[in-house]
Design a binder for this molecule. Structure first.
Ligand code: SAM
Ligand code: SF4
Length: 336
């Protein structure tokens, strides 16, 4: 008989924060090349340096046994990974997993939304930065807005508990669309979050040129809608508002303007199996060797995850004025 696995039922860091939320990037690849996220001639990782879907499933199962109740699958574009659906089916109904959510660019949703819902995905975030097809193509460099709009429709028909748009606001690029995006969300009875651009990875533009504060976006929206501050909180960098008489919740994700670190409940795992304890810091633990060197024994993995709690930093450090990105890795590898 094998040894009994020694596994804690909760992950608590050195500042007493409970980690019950993981974001797992299952690929660095993507069918879009958004200007704030990737370079145009992005090189992707060789396949054997990326977690297999079986390794992804094994990681999620271990984290859920350690008290993680929310898992977000992201990327790159998670839905372009071949057989991604297998992973959702494998983890979708794990006991203890309360919320399985996906962040996607929407390009594959028309085909995949119903199967995702069926597998147990409860909520879905769809990134849309413009409702103008030409502009959408410029921002994503290759994306087809109509396909994404059909994907949103398919997601609505699939009956997710919640659908949210994610929109990164950039000055002079799409900040004049903040209101149109909100109107669209209200018409569709879905939520929307505005995201401030983060200095992750080296891209073609100077981030400080395009930075729009969420305070500015909020002020603009308030000229047209009576936004009421809500106490709802995800433990993350988002603050929520409601619009009376509508089903839409409006979120603002402000890594620059607010310090949300004291309530941080999350860690990220890159598609290379690196466990990042903070989006804005370089503290990490490599889980891939533990998965590959111990294919039938989860104990080394469990111990490394438990120990990692001691290096989860107190907070992050983003500074737009800095010439270099705060963190050189790309969001598509780390997972947004
Ligand atoms: N491909 C999927 C998508 O676009 O939704 C999932 C991965 S993407 C990295 C996750 C989220 O991160 C998207 O909403 C995207 O807009 C956002 N994102 C990417 N790079 C960013 C950056 N530098 N600053 C702020 N948000 C960023
Ligand atoms: Fe792809 Fe998402 Fe990055 Fe856009 S934001 S390039 S869709 S990973």
């Amino acid at each position: 008989m094998g040894k009994q696995l020694q596994i804690p039922d909760a992950l608590i860091d050195q500042f007493g924060r409970k980690v019950d939320y993981i974001r797992l990037s299952i690929t660095d690849r993507c069918d879009f090349r958004c200007v704030y996220c990737m370079a145009e001639d992005m090189t992707f990782l060789p396949r054997d340096e990326v977690l297999s879907l079986e390794e992804c499933a094994r990681l999620v199962k271990v984290f859920v046994q350690m008290g993680v109740s929310k898992v977000r699958i992201t990327g790159g574009e998670p839905l372009v990974r071949k057989n991604a659906q297998w992973l959702f089916e494998e983890i979708g109904h794990l006991p203890g997993l309360k919320e399985l959510v996906v962040t996607t660019n929407g390009s594959q949703l028309e085909q995949q939304a119903a199967a995702l819902r069926q597998a147990g995905v409860k909520r879905i975030n769809i990134s849309v930065d413009s409702l103008n097809a030409d502009r959408f193509r410029k921002i994503t460099r290759v994306g087809d807005l109509n396909k994404v709009l059909r994907g949103i429709q398919a997601a609505k028909e699939a009956g997710f508990d919640n659908i949210k748009l994610n929109s990164v606001m950039m000055r002079g690029i799409n900040d004049d669309e903040a209101l149109d995006l909100l109107r669209f969300a209200i018409d569709q009875h879905i939520d929307i979050s505005y995201i401030e651009e983060m200095p992750l990875g080296a891209v073609d533009h100077q981030r400080s040129d395009t930075y729009v504060s969420n305070a500015a976006t909020l002020k603009l929206l308030q000229q047209h809608y009576p936004l009421v501050s809500s106490t709802e909180n995800s433990g993350g960098p988002a603050r929520y508002w409601r619009i009376p008489g509508t089903a839409t919740r409006v979120g603002f994700i402000s890594p620059h303007s607010h310090n949300f670190c004291e309530s941080c409940n999350r860690v990220r795992i890159t598609c290379k199996g690196e466990l990042y304890l903070c989006l804005g810091q370089d503290h990490m633990v490599e889980l891939m060797p533990l998965l590959r060197n111990h294919p039938y024994d989860d104990q080394p993995l469990v111990d490394a995850i438990v120990n990692s709690m001691q290096i989860k930093p107190k907070g992050h450090d983003f500074d737009l004025a800095r010439a270099q990105p705060a963190v050189v890795r790309f969001m598509s590898v780390t997972g947004g």
